[in-house]
Design a protein around this ligand. Sequence first.
Ligand SMILES: Cc1ncc(C[n+]2csc(CCOP(=O)(O)OP(=O)(O)O)c2C)c(N)n1
Ligand SMILES: O=C1C[C@@H](O)[C@H](O)[C@@H](O)C1=O
Ligand SMILES: [Mg+2]
Length: 644
Amino acid sequence: MKTIRLTTAQALVKFLNQQYVEFDGQRERFVKGIFTIFGHGNVLGLGQALEEDPGALEVYQGRNEQGMAQAAVAFAKQKRRRQIIACTSSVGPGAANMVTAAATASANQIPLLLLPGDTFASRQPDPVLQQVEHRHDFTVTTNDAFRAVSKYWDRVSRPEQLMSAMLHAMRVLTDPADTGAVTVCLPQDVQAEAYDFPEAFFQQRVHRIDRRVPTAADLQQAVELIKRKQRPLIICGGGVRYAEAADELRRFAEKFHIPYGETQAGKSAIESEHAYNLGGIGVTGNLAANLIARDADLVIGIGTRYTDFTTGSKQLFQHLAVEFLTINVSPYDACKLDATKLVADAKLALPALEAELDRAGYRSAYTDQIAQVKQAWADELARLRQIRYLGQGFVPEVAGHRDEVLPAFVETFQSCLTQTEVIGLINELINEDAIIVGAAGSLPGDLQRMWQSRRPHTYHMEYGYSCMGYEIAGALGVKLAEPDKEVYAMAGDGSYLLLHSELVTSLQEGQKINVLLFDNASFGCINNLQMENGMGSFATEFRFRNPTSGKLDGGWMKIDFAQSAAGYGVKTYRAHTLEQLKEALADAKQQPCSTLIDIKVLPKTMTAGYESWWHAGVAAVSGNSKVAEAYRHKEAKLKTARKY
Ligand SMILES: Cc1ncc(C[n+]2csc(CCOP(=O)(O)OP(=O)(O)O)c2C)c(N)n1
Ligand SMILES: O=C1C[C@@H](O)[C@H](O)[C@@H](O)C1=O
Ligand SMILES: [Mg+2]
């Protein structure tokens, strides 16, 4: 057997260079590069290996380990899981910072390869700097925290373990049914140790992402179910995008006259204008999709995990005879909601179903309801885009919470822009093929409802983990995946403050991203959530501590986000009027470097409602009668929801 003598880290780099995926006959290199923040625990091992011979791997320098790993998640998501950027961190805090991104990847089923440094396998110098000592168990390190958020976890305690670890890492990273974060922990001594690796370990490997074929029995069952139903509704989930099944879905909907709602992950598979596309469904969905959902007698979920936001906490579907049919490559997701399962790739399953239903002459019983609800939503959308603040008597979309503070906000921030008019304008002015990126706050709701996607894969929302801070890091990842397109991070002020470090990386790499920062001086959606459920406004507005009350109910904190980003070298703008926003958007397009538009938007002017319910824990006992009322409301709603 021929061998090559390398350190563990050198062998890892050599191995990563030899990985390819093949999908529908197209072969692509799987690992584009590696994000690094070097410290002890990785610089002398993996760092040395990358300096000596990175092969084709692009080496990036991150700013915050969470940020760089979130960028890697976004990159893989935008590449529809067919290419990744790996991430390496030093031992201890550097590693721990990546745990949140690992969870983001696993929740969203996006491949992410994490290579955190680990404490010495030999234990000779223990405890090393940044080591948490576990007195009850020497095998536990900070990196065990990744176990809870990884789809595959391993620790390479001897160089030769690298071989089995990496084969399994690749198995999980390229599995469309169960991918997510893969964490391979690398003790710092082992990274630098040499071993005679068999040459065969470094052969070129092609991992085929096969399309799962539906079984005849599954198909038959599904056809029989559809034939019994008059008012089916399709849910277009992320799986439609990963399977590139948009054309098949479009044809299926048209042929059998079946409308579909979009999840956050499924949005922009097909353009919003399509006659059967009802738009966003669920808690953050719109009236068209939610009304059809209420009365549907069959829900056909395609590539969806049926999260609470999609199903309105299982309360959205009110037809007494409603049943579920699920097309999904994952048996785990397919059996949710006690559905009839069609475990298969959507691109194969839909045409197979189509052939059978064609033969049976199937057509849904909808007459003009689809066109009607779509038109009603278009009218509502036009209204939302036109909402202007007119001073006294103005009623915001989220009314009755903090109506009285709006004039003070206008006075302090010198802006009376409403969030819905701003979104409408942005949607109108940015390029059709520009990609918007979001994750948390009130924007995902507004965007799922309001955003009109015109081109495929232009809507990139991380709403599996809804992790604040993903927006800007994610925009960098998306830009690396699609360098020819303008990319816009849609971020609230809360998200921006939580994490925007990779904005600097975008400058360093010359990868232009545009940050559209919606400053409403609050954790706005959480303020809504608490006040909708009877609480007061409590620690969710960005106000100074008031020396009189001792509470956070002083004046607004005025933050000049434009100035903060300008300090990094970002081209910045301030938008207090629609005219300023228009000019800024136009100018930003011309810039070669990253830009940020600091948009001051009135609180409470985001969208709300539209016939959905979200099951959130409400206090069962409270001296506040409004909370007690909210609890009664929750209990009543719960009675109308499916039990499982
Ligand atoms: C990392 C993380 N921490 C906390 C939360 C909970 N959370 C969700 S939205 C939100 C506030 C978001 O505020 P902002 O970004 O300003 O958006 P807004 O709701 O004001 O539009 C919080 C704290 C989260 N989703 N992610
Ligand atoms: O708690 C939350 C409420 C949602 O409205 C928000 O979008 C999400 O980020 C979240 O974490
Ligand atoms: Mg905010």
